[in-house]
Design a protein around this ligand. Structure first.
Ligand code: TEU
Length: 574
């Protein structure tokens, strides 16, 4: 992507293509099935590249496409250099990449470097004997030392991150499910394998990596006892902050830069699990020579009740807190580094359900309003496929409908503890990851045009009206609105690089901010409520201004700072 030449851009130091890009995330399992097995695949992606291009985005991030037994939908890799059988072949990959590059799109793959699959040849070897040469590719704790100190295993029914393996009378470490053993980055041989593998993909022409839980790769291999009290006092009650503080983490990231990243014109983005606003700079400041960007979890965690698994309180979330979090994170990168912005991805529910309002009369305006937010912040937008259609949560009624290891194991855990399963299932209607993974809705034909057979996860019944074919024809659809906002960002460098300033921070319904670059100033007004709100901000009311964009096309939204329910207004201040 050539960096555009305009005079405003000329004043920007440190311009980078990935700062100016819009990333579109595609969950390949659910995008387009080309061979009738109910699972999306690479040929499916290739067949839809014209659609992706038509959106105006620059980069496609694909969730893992590598060989995997799919315990966690590709986040358990058994061959880092192979393509998942269900997704196709290396030839299909080459054709897809070629098709992207021919259209000026870049491709970012998913690097799952903290753990492999238990089916990986390294793990098979490693577990076979204590003297096997791959033994130290993973973390083992000999049982004669007693039980290892507690570490969490996110996707385990008993919550433990250690699993006993009788073959060698030892426990191995797995921060996620036992089918995802953690790799031992303290071993230089393992690091070299990972770096060679990354170079292998970059030599094929890949343009970057999104790095799955990369802050967790380094471990204190003495495995000291860590108590809940330690977590509460030193890590803000958050285990992931402990897991992200391994002793050699930044040495390894610098080594990755020198061995791999610095050798190619690519971008890198960390999934910033356990990263806080206090530690973020250690990952992304340019002079540290580590990574380009990271995405934090503070925003997407807002509103869930403490001690409950992804359960919203009856009042939902507070917009004032929402504004404060995103304003704080803008501030973190105001002078140095560069941020990201997202409201949905494959680990999150649909943004319109979680952050907007999916009731029939509000689904479209609130999805457009949230899109406006994502495209007008100073950070690289990571936009999740389907959000441009206003896709919403499917809200399954029973556990049998779910496919996600996280929901299924959590259900079992609650059941074993005699917990409230009904409450859990209700909460999952808002928070479950499968809500964001239902098949993409292409048209109103059977299975939403995603596949000619029953898909791996149910299609949202609203596909008859919420789909690409219908929305392409409707000038005011969320899809056409998305294209407009993308173009607005592309045409206005002030929306990319301009200084961000929050206005009226205590207003509980309106999110208002300006973006300023040189002489240009843009005002963004977003109504996060279902009420019509007149924004009372006298200093700006009298200023002369031009309306650039409104998510209501009947004009009702534009009258002098009067915002319809979930209204969005973008003005240029003269
Ligand atoms: O997610 C890591 C992570 O932090 C998740 O546990 C996240 O908190 C959870 O999904 C929220 O419900 C990454 C991937 O994005 C996720 O899809 C994988 O399942 C996980 O790593 C293991 O690889």
């Amino acid at each position: 992507m050539p960096v555009a030449a305009t005079s405003l851009y000329d004043s920007i130091p440190n311009r980078k293509w990935w700062k100016e890009a819009i990333v579109y995330q595609v969950y390949p399992r659910s995008f387009k099935d080309s061979d009738g097995d109910g699972v999306g695949d690479l040929k499916g992606v290739t067949s839809k590249l014209d659609y992706i291009k038509s959106l105006g985005v620059d980069v496609v991030w694909l969730n893992p496409i590598f060989t995997s037994p799919n315990a966690d939908n590709g986040y358990d890799i058994s061959d880092y250099r192979g393509i998942m059988t269900e997704f196709g072949s290396m030839e299909d990959f080459g054709a897809m990449l070629k098709g992207m590059h021919a259209r000026g799109l870049k491709l970012v793959l998913d690097l799952v470097a903290n753990h492999s699959s238990e089916q990986h040849e390294w793990f098979k070897q490693s577990r076979s004997s204590r003297t096997n040469k791959y033994r130290d590719y993973y973390h083992w704790w000999p049982a004669e030392k007693g039980k290892p100190p507690f570490r969490p295993g996110s996707f385990e029914v008993d919550g433990s991150g250690w699993r006993f393996d009788s073959l060698t009378n030892a426990y191995y470490l797995h921060y996620f499910s036992y089918k995802q053993p953690d790799l031992n980055w303290e071993n230089p041989k393992l690091r070299k394998e990972m770096f060679d593998m990354m170079n292998f993909w970059f030599d094929k022409g890949v343009d970057g990596f999104r790095m799955d839980v990369i802050p967790f790769i380094s471990k204190d291999t003495s495995f000291p006892v860590i108590t809940q009290h330690d977590i509460d006092t030193k890590y803000h009650g958050d285990w992931s902050q402990y897991l992200a503080s391994g002793p050699h983490l930044h040495d390894y990231l610098r080594e990755m830069d020198s061995q791999v990243l610095s050798r190619h014109n690519v971008m890198s983005v960390a999934e910033g699990a356990g990263v806080t606003s206090a530690t973020a700079h250690n990952f992304v400041d340019e002079d540290r020579k580590e990574l380009n960007m990271l995405y934090h979890f503070e925003g997407v965690s807002l509103g869930y009740l403490p001690g409950k698994f992804k359960q919203m309180g009856p009042k939902g979330y507070s917009l004032v807190e929402f504004k404060s979090i995103y304003s704080k994170w803008d501030g973190v990168f105001a002078e140095k580094g560069w941020g990201t912005i997202y409201l949905g991805n494959h680990d999150q529910p649909r943004m319109v359900t979680r952050w907007g309002n999916d009731a029939p009369q509000f689904r479209e305006p609130s999805s457009k309003m949230l899109t406006t937010f994502l495209m007008t912040m100073r950070a690289t937008p990571y936009y999740y496929f389907g959000d441009e259609l206003g896709m919403d949560n499917i809200k399954f009624n029973k556990i049998e409908d779910y496919r996600d290891i996280e929901s299924i194991n959590m259900y079992q855990q609650i059941k074993n503890n005699n917990g409230d399963l009904k409450e859990f299932l209700e909460a999952q209607k808002i928070g479950a990851r499968d809500n964001g993974r239902t098949p993409f809705q292409w048209d109103s034909s059977a299975n939403a045009g995603f596949s000619n057979t029953a898909p791996w996860l149910s299609v949202n019944p609203n596909y008859k009206t919420v789909n690409v074919a219908a929305e392409e024809k409707e000038p005011n659809s969320p899809l056409n609105y998305f294209k407009k906002v993308v173009k607005l960002r592309k045409d206005n460098p002030v929306l990319v690089y301009g200084k961000y300033e929050l206005l009226d921070k205590d207003n509980p319904k309106i999110y208002a901010y300006t973006r300023t670059l040189g002489d240009e100033k843009i005002l963004v007004l977003l109504n996060f409520s279902k009420d019509t709100v007149s924004w009372n901000y006298p200093t700006l009311k009298s200023v002369s201004k031009t309306l650039l964009l409104s998510n209501y096309t009947d004009g009702s939204n534009s009258a002098d700072f009067v915002l319809q329910p979930y209204g969005a207004l973008v003005y240029k201040l003269d």
